[in-house]
Ligand binder design. Structure first.
Ligand code: ARG
Length: 477
């Protein structure tokens, strides 16, 4: 950006824009150029812009709007430009506003006046919508892959730790014992829904705006089905005004990104809690930790904190685009150019977050002993005791809840665990209680006895983790 400003300021005389300056006499103010220019960020989708132009040129030839020879020249020129971009040799000119006009103007330099025919029957309005759709579709597919990779790492860990017992929490208070495998698989399920949100968004991203031209369509006999096919879209958009003004194809993936980021942020928060001294549930390797510049003993989970922080940025991008859109009349207004930086920023933020969480998952080491000790704390098997009274003594659940409450209170005053109560002590709370009750009072017994579908018993978690590992391995093939 600094470089860009320098470049504008260095220009002594700014000529009127070469590409659209026909009706202008005056040159542009520097502030006009600075404000208007998007090339320092929209060059990100040069590949998509070139591909869409190639499809457009081929279509113009097939419909005989230009000759095949002309189209061939254009395509050769565009491919040269693509290689220049790829080798870092393409020179972007901020005075040419955006990526579209940079490429078109360069094409003129390369192949001469025939380049001027490329823009027949299209406008930058349908062009930019097409480019962004192609670009976002590509990034959605990258995200889907990254999600798959993360799911696989989580599932492998779930399989490895399927029977590690830990406390499950509600209200961040110890609630009931669960298994670490079960906890990790909860994220795999969330990520599966995230993935399907992107897959679903792609269906709507995949509609072709090209050929809508500025907003009204065109007088040329273009073939929109042909560009649709060439660019891998599913259908041409049926209304030219909608085609150039719609941005829900950005809002939708941004909302999917926001939900995904929120899931990653919750995971991060747990990592931050789990490595803290109060919990001490897991160990993060030094390679994924940071130190303090003043406190020599510190080992901080910055990586997880940054993922949590990026979630804020990502949600802001979604809100920003919604606010940009909410008052916009149809069809195109330049406000729409603001869709880009925030989308790119959200995409960069989610990609690095996915990779960071993947690294954390790969390297975290659970502290089995600490997890078990914590799972035995805080009368975590009280619900099992209450269930036992229901199942074995035919006590109605509300009643057994109350009895168990009294037992917990008693243990609290005596500072003992449920499993440490003598049978005579227990009988004081219900005369029929027998030794069978000792089968359900430990954390291990508690998880082993969970048998409902989707529950935390190691047996079920082992099955679920295996199912996920297989499924994700196959998906990656
Ligand atoms: N750079 C512009 C954008 O990102 C391209 C479209 C320009 N269209 C126009 N009518 N000025 O939206």
């Amino acid at each position: 950006e600094v470089f860009f400003k320098l470049k504008v300021n260095m220009v002594k005389k700014i000529n009127k824009n070469k590409m659209w300056g026909g009706r202008f006499n005056a040159d542009q103010d520097k502030i006009m150029i600075e404000m208007n220019s998007s090339v320092n960020f929209d060059s990100r989708f040069y590949t998509e812009d070139i591909n869409a132009s190639i499809a457009h040129a081929k279509m113009l030839a097939k419909t005989k709007i230009i000759t095949s020879k002309e189209a061939r020249k254009i395509v050769v020129g565009l491919n040269k430009i693509k290689s220049e971009f790829e080798s870092g040799k393409f020179n972007l000119d901020p005075l040419l506003e955006d990526i579209h006009m940079n490429i078109e103007s360069n094409l003129q330099k390369k192949i001469g006046d025939v380049a001027k025919k490329l823009h027949t029957g299209r406008s930058r309005n349908d062009q930019v919508a097409t480019d962004m759709r192609l670009y976002i579709r590509k990034e959605c597919n990258v995200m889907i892959n990254l999600i798959c990779n993360l799911q696989l790492e989580l599932s492998k860990k779930a399989l490895k730790y399927y029977d590690f017992i830990m406390p499950g929490f509600t209200h961040l208070q110890v609630a009931q014992p669960v298994t670490l495998g079960h906890h990790l698989l909860a994220y795999v399920e969330m990520l599966e829904r995230d993935k399907s949100r992107f897959q679903d968004a792609i269906k709507r991203i995949n509609q072709n705006p090209l050929g809508a031209a500025a907003l009204a369509g065109t007088t040329f006999p273009i073939d929109r089905n042909m560009t649709t096919k060439e660019l891998g879209f599913t259908e041409p958009m049926a209304n030219s005004i909608d085609a150039v003004s719609a941005r829900d194809f950005i809002i939708e993936p941004l909302s999917a990104i926001s939900i995904l980021a929120t899931h990653l942020s919750r995971f991060s928060e747990e990592i931050i809690l789990w490595v803290s001294d109060g919990f001490n549930f897991i160990e993060l390797p030094e390679s994924l930790s940071t130190g303090s510049s003043i406190m020599p003993q510190k080992k901080n989970p910055d990586i997880a904190e940054l993922v949590r922080g990026k979630n804020g940025r990502i949600i802001s991008a979604l809100l920003s685009i919604l606010v940009v859109m909410k008052g916009l009349p149809l069809a195109y207004s330049k406000d729409l150019q603001e869709d880009k930086e925030l989308t790119f920023d959200a995409i960069d933020s989610i990609m690095i977050s996915l990779r960071a969480i993947n690294a954390i998952t790969k390297k975290l080491k659970p502290k089995k002993e600490n997890l078990l000790i914590a799972a035995e704390e805080s009368y975590s098997t009280a619900t099992d005791l209450a269930d036992w009274l229901v199942a074995n003594l035919n006590v109605p659940f509300r009643e057994s809840h109350k009895i168990t409450g009294h037992i917990v209170k008693y243990c609290e005053t005596k500072k003992i665990k449920l499993s440490e109560m003598k049978i005579d002590e227990l009988k004081k709370f219900h005369k029929d209680i027998n030794n069978g009750i000792y089968d359900v009072l430990s954390a291990k017994q508690s998880v082993n006895h969970k048998k409902s579908f989707g529950s935390t018993s190691p047996l079920m978690v082992n099955k679920a983790a295996k199912k996920w590992v297989n499924k994700l391995h196959n998906e990656k093939k």
